[in-house]
Ligand binder design. Structure first.
Ligand SMILES: C[S@@+](CC[C@H](N)C(=O)[O-])C[C@H]1O[C@@H](n2cnc3c(N)ncnc32)[C@H](O)[C@@H]1O
Length: 234
């Protein structure tokens, strides 16, 4: 099911194809292979489609983390891919230790290549049965830009993101907001509501934003929506 008008120019059309049409439904191995093969063109595709996720995450964490805490803030970028979110955070003045987790070594290689973003890179496939090799409460902030999804990091891994976050620390997540993604968003919401009811987390923000946009016809733009979620661990 494709819910959007395609881009008008050929290069962005190909980026759209990689992002939407080529996106496989499948198990973890299928997704891993997809990401391994996409690493070289991912940044270019994001540029063509005016990917806005990293800026939205940075704007959000800037609302909660004081300027003086930025120097010390110990950050995990979950599903870091080529490091766009990590780079955006560095550009905003986050100087603490930054760790990348991704199950695609090609993506991590791109993230590390010529970029002084991450202090630590961990190749790990996160599932409910395969928790992160990280001690409890290590991070002040966990960011996950587009990493939680029906075929990527599943909703039942949400508690794991909070396990490694210190008390009063933050978790910021962006996700696709689309009809196709609705069943997954419902699963996320029930996991979130369960943790809120158990007083494990507090939801600070939830709002839609334009995650990607492109020109689809003369003087017309199309957009793919996302949603931003920000939490504090209690
Ligand atoms: C949509 S991308 C995230 C993009 C990146 N955060 C950004 O904003 O540019 C999802 C990333 O998560 C990784 N990934 C997907 N499922 C994963 C899993 N179960 N464990 C670890 N990494 C995973 C993929 O390799 C991919 O790089």
């Amino acid at each position: 099911m494709v819910e959007w008008n395609q881009p008008i120019d050929e290069i962005t059309k190909e980026a759209f194809h990689n992002l939407q049409i080529k996106y496989p439904d499948g198990d973890t191995n299928v997704m891993q292979a997809h990401y391994e093969s996409w690493a070289n063109t991912y940044d270019k595709d994001c540029e063509g489609l005016r990917y806005n996720g990293p800026d939205v995450i940075c704007d959000a964490v800037d609302r909660w983390i004081s300027a003086s805490d930025k120097n010390e803030c110990n950050i995990l970028d979950l599903g870091a891919r080529t490091g766009l979110v990590g780079k955006a955070l560095r550009d905003r003045g986050y100087r603490g230790e930054m760790t990348a987790v991704d199950f695609s070594q090609n993506m991590l290689d791109q993230a590390l290549k010529g970029r002084q973003i991450y202090n630590v890179a961990i190749n790990h496939c996160l599932t409910a049965d395969n928790p992160l090799p990280i001690e409890d409460e290590k991070f002040d902030l966990v960011v996950a830009g587009g990493a939680f999804g029906p075929n990527t990091i599943r909703a039942n891994c949400l508690p794991e993101a909070f396990r490694i976050t210190r008390r009063r620390g933050y978790v910021a997540i962006t996700q696709r907001l689309s009809e196709k993604n609705r069943p997954f968003l419902d699963m996320m919401d029930s996991e979130i509501n369960r943790m809120i009811a158990a007083q494990e987390i507090e939801q600070l923000e939830t709002k839609p934003f334009t995650q990607y946009s492109w020109i689809c016809e003369e003087n017309e733009t199309e957009q793919l929506k996302g949603r931003l979620l920000v939490f504090r661990k209690l």
